[in-house]
Design a protein around this ligand. Structure first.
Ligand code: EPZ
Length: 430
């Protein structure tokens, strides 16, 4: 296993390239199951989750070819450009040993059911940040006429005569359920309306790709999506939208070091309430030709509450908490989306942070300097939070179990080192 070692205190300055969005790439790759034509995805990030999903799709019969950045010696490192083709789906089962590694695998359910009339997909199970059920996915597919049963930890879905368009109202916003239902509805007979749909930029990116494949979708970007089913979809070429969570995470790292960095490819307009919250705290943003610049000289406390897009993203909650430990003010961070997304708090406390939890809220009081320490990553975004703290802490911070980090950040230590951070990756000693 690897770990990351940081000597804190260096200011970040320069330019960093923002990669393609993990949370767009995953549903986009599942959309390849909806057609027998090839789909070419550009700007795909090189992430563990992408490789895991690729292995699952191959198991279903998807042929995957890499273009560009061919890695040498047959390493399984995916290039930035992949072509996926599901000429036919040879296996409609998504096995537990793959699905449990990457819960977004549940997103093969809608496409396989819509294309084949049946699917058997392992329930993803919970994860560190919560139980994360998929009841909205299943209820939505039942509304489209599917028969759904649970059998030994698997979802067994049948629609032998195909899916029928219907109205689906989500009781609360779910990114994954919106994606699964939108993909399934593309091949249903008739019209589907998804009401109270998620509006994240990754949903818009998926809708844009589906429309390029011949789908008929209206209301893209709003909370009501209207999908007119078609008999079949065709291939296309699609470039994955920039990763707003990587961009937001990097912006917070820059602000923590009081630095000044241009995020190439970053989309300021996709950062929603995160920009307002950071500007209120004293972070400055400036649109540039190639992305946006983020800088900070003085920082004060601010309060945030996570909400569905365009509210403050839950995927930036751990990161802003680390940032707020570097101010001399008080901040309140409230997590409303997941029930257990404060696991970074004990680790930040080990570094000297002053954080008190009250139910779903954390009260952070700035301290005059954090201290480097050996800490442990517990989940993807917590890993980033510990790295942000390590960049400004006095002395050495060692972040272990960074396989969590590699699920969602590509070459992070290289990107930060290129802007002046004293950071390296090394093997965990035996
Ligand atoms: C997506 O997860 C993202 N993952 C998450 O990013 C992100 O945190 C989340 O959306 C919220 O923005 C991907 O896109 C691959 P939800 P998803 O369905 O779709 C509950 C990261 O760090 N719920 O919007 O699973 C659920 O438990 C990851 O990159 C149900 O109860 O999130 C949660 O409390 C973490 N029943 C809330 O809704 C359901 O059927 C929001 O979940 C579905 C969800």
């Amino acid at each position: 296993m690897d770990r990351i070692v940081i000597q804190g205190g260096n200011r970040l300055s320069g330019k960093i390239q923002v990669g393609g969005a993990k949370n767009a790439a995953l549903p986009l790759m599942c959309a390849s199951l909806l057609t027998s034509d090839p789909i070419t995805f550009q700007n795909l990030p090189r992430l563990a989750d992408i490789e895991t999903l690729a292995r699952l799709l191959v198991q279903h019969g998807v042929q995957i070819t890499m273009n560009g950045d061919q890695s040498s010696k047959g390493e399984s490192k995916y290039g930035r450009c992949l072509t996926l083709q599901a000429k036919e789906i040879t296996d409609t089962t998504a096995p537990y040993d793959l699905v449990r590694k990457m819960r977004a695998s549940i997103l093969v359910l809608g496409p396989i059911l819509a294309r084949c009339g049946e699917a058997r997909v392992s329930l993803p199970g919970g994860c560190a940040i919560g139980t994360r059920p998929v009841d909205l996915h299943l209820k939505g597919l039942e509304a489209l006429g599917a028969e759904i049963e649970l059998d030994q930890g698997y979802v067994v879905a049948k629609a032998p005569d195909g899916l029928i368009g219907a109205d689906v109202t989500f009781p609360f916003v779910s990114v994954g359920a919106t994606e699964n239902l939108m993909m399934a509805a593309c091949l249903a007979k008739g019209t589907t309306r998804l009401i109270n749909a998620a509006r994240e930029p990754e949903i818009t990116d998926l809708a844009d790709c589906l429309i390029a494949m011949g789908a008929k979708i209206e209301g893209v970007g709003s909370d009501t999506l209207i999908i007119e089913g078609v008999d079949s979809l065709h291939g296309c070429t699609h470039s994955v939208v920039a990763d707003r969570i990587e961009a937001g995470s990097l912006a917070m790292a820059v602000a923590a070091t009081r630095g000044d960095v241009e995020l190439i490819g970053g989309r300021l307009d996709h950062l929603g309430a995160a920009v307002e919250a950071l500007q209120k705290a004293g972070v400055e943003f400036e649109e540039t030709e190639d992305g946006f610049r983020v800088s900070c000289e003085a920082l004060s406390g601010t309060d945030v509450m996570t909400e569905p897009y365009p509210g403050f993203p839950t995927d930036l909650q751990a990161q802003i908490m680390a940032l707020m430990t570097t101010t001399d003010g008080a901040s309140m961070v409230t997590e409303t989306i997941f029930e257990n997304r404060f696991m970074h708090v004990p680790e930040l406390t080990r570094m000297g942070a002053n954080i008190n939890l009250h139910g779903r809220s954390a009260m952070i009081r700035g301290v005059d300097g954090m201290n480097g320490a050996p800490v442990m990553a517990t989940d993807l975004r917590a890993s980033m939070s510990l790295i942000i703290a390590g960049l400004v802490a006095k002395g050495e911070t060692i972040v272990s179990r960074i396989y969590h980090l590699d699920r969602g950040y590509e070459r992070l230590e290289e990107k930060l080192a290129a802007c002046g951070a004293n950071i390296r990756r090394e093997k965990e000693p035996d």
